[in-house]
Design a protein around this ligand. Structure first.
Ligand code: SAH
Length: 347
């Protein structure tokens, strides 16, 4: 059987240089090819016009370039763009471009499907098929950067890992992608413009703190008592709030970076004053702000957005206790691009 060709972008620059030296060429050739792969985003060896034909053929015999392909692009009436992204093995993930007056934010996926079981999230219905590779994460960002330049005349300004999957369950690859996004050889973006959102995996939050990545952290909290949280996010049984709290204290002690809690208020689930007071208590552990997010209904009617009276009550109680609150309106709902709606419906 023929040897399976390797994904050339899994190689570091040094490994690529070594490959050329081992094949009787100069290490400089490795740098040239690396530049084609990463700075110029080449999709084929043929496109590498300053590399000799013989070398390009040799590369073609040994490697593949597993580039993603934007299979379908949908534009929402509010300007939001959703990309259905085909991977080399024909699986699909989704990423979203969210424009505001001053920013363009890319919301990218980290896994195909998700291994967690948040009862209110459409992605949780797709079981986790596999982790994305670093280059598959990076490519989603580049695709959105290109769309931002094309449609909004400006480069991408922010990245949130709030697409499909749990980024901290694909830690190594997500961090490699972040490294590439922030490196001058990639997009040269500041890590301060990157937010990783997690459902709360305490061990990995501590690791992220230790690794000093300088990125921002958001936690999908949604309930501040174990009783309610386990009901809507069953993995909370394994990672209860005390462990989450401890990991967040550790995060703050190491990074001094304020945490954002994402929180949805649902009718008959967490819409009482007692629930809001529990959130205030949780917020007092570590400097933070709360992002109250609108619920985007997914098919069954088990979850319903609470009344605006309940959301106002939350906002008042939090503000009275000196906690910063923002209320996030959904974007891209008409194309199923909003939070929790990414489920490859268009694929
Ligand atoms: N697994 C990570 C990354 C996904 S982010 C995390 O949970 O943080 C997706 C965000 O959308 C999370 O804050 C999630 O709680 C939220 N979300 C999930 N389903 C939703 C829905 N139906 N409506 C609104 N937000 C939802």
């Amino acid at each position: 059987m023929k040897n399976k060709k390797k994904d050339i972008r899994a190689l570091t620059k040094a490994q690529l240089q070594e490959f050329f030296v081992a094949n009787g060429d100069k290490s400089f050739r490795g740098s040239q090819v690396y530049e084609w792969l990463w700075n110029k985003g080449a999709h084929s060896f043929e496109a590498m016009t300053n590399i000799s034909k013989a070398t390009r053929e040799m590369l073609d015999e040994n490697f593949v370039i597993n580039h993603i392909r934007v299979d379908r692009m949908q534009r929402s009436s509010d300007g939001t763009i959703k990309n259905a992204v085909k991977l080399h093995d024909q699986l699909t993930v989704e990423s979203v471009l969210i424009p505001t007056a001053t920013r363009t934010t890319a919301c990218v996926s980290s896994q195909v499907g998700c291994s967690l079981d948040c009862q209110f999230c459409a992605t949780a219905r797709l079981k986790r098929m596999r982790n994305l590779n670093p280059d598959e994460i990076y490519d989603q960002v580049v695709a959105i950067d290109n769309e931002s330049r094309l449609y909004f005349d400006r480069p991408l300004s922010n990245i949130v890992f709030m697409g499909m999957g749990e980024p901290l369950m694909n830690y190594k690859n997500v961090m490699k992608a972040v490294e590439k996004i922030t490196s001058p050889e990639g997009l040269g973006m500041s890590p301060k413009r990157i937010t990783i959102s997690t459902s709360g995996v305490p061990k990995m939050i501590k690791k992220l703190a230790d690794d000093e990545a300088k990125i921002k952290l958001a936690v999908s909290l949604h309930a501040a008592t174990d009783e309610v949280r386990t009901q809507i996010m069953p993995f909370n049984e394994t990672f209860p709030l005390d462990d989450l709290r401890e990991s967040l204290e550790y995060w703050y002690s190491k990074t001094k970076s304020r945490i954002t809690y994402e929180y949805i208020v649902w009718k008959d689930i967490n819409d009482t004053r007692k629930d809001a007071e529990a959130l205030v208590r949780f917020c007092n552990y570590v400097p933070c702000k709360v992002n109250l997010i609108e619920y985007n209904p997914i098919d069954d009617g088990n979850f319903q957005q609470a009344s605006s009276k309940a959301t106002d009550m939350y906002q008042q109680i939090l503000e009275r206790n000196g906690i910063t609150v923002t209320v996030r309106r959904s974007r891209g709902k008409d194309i199923d691009a909003a939070c929790g709606q990414l489920a490859n419906k268009s694929a």
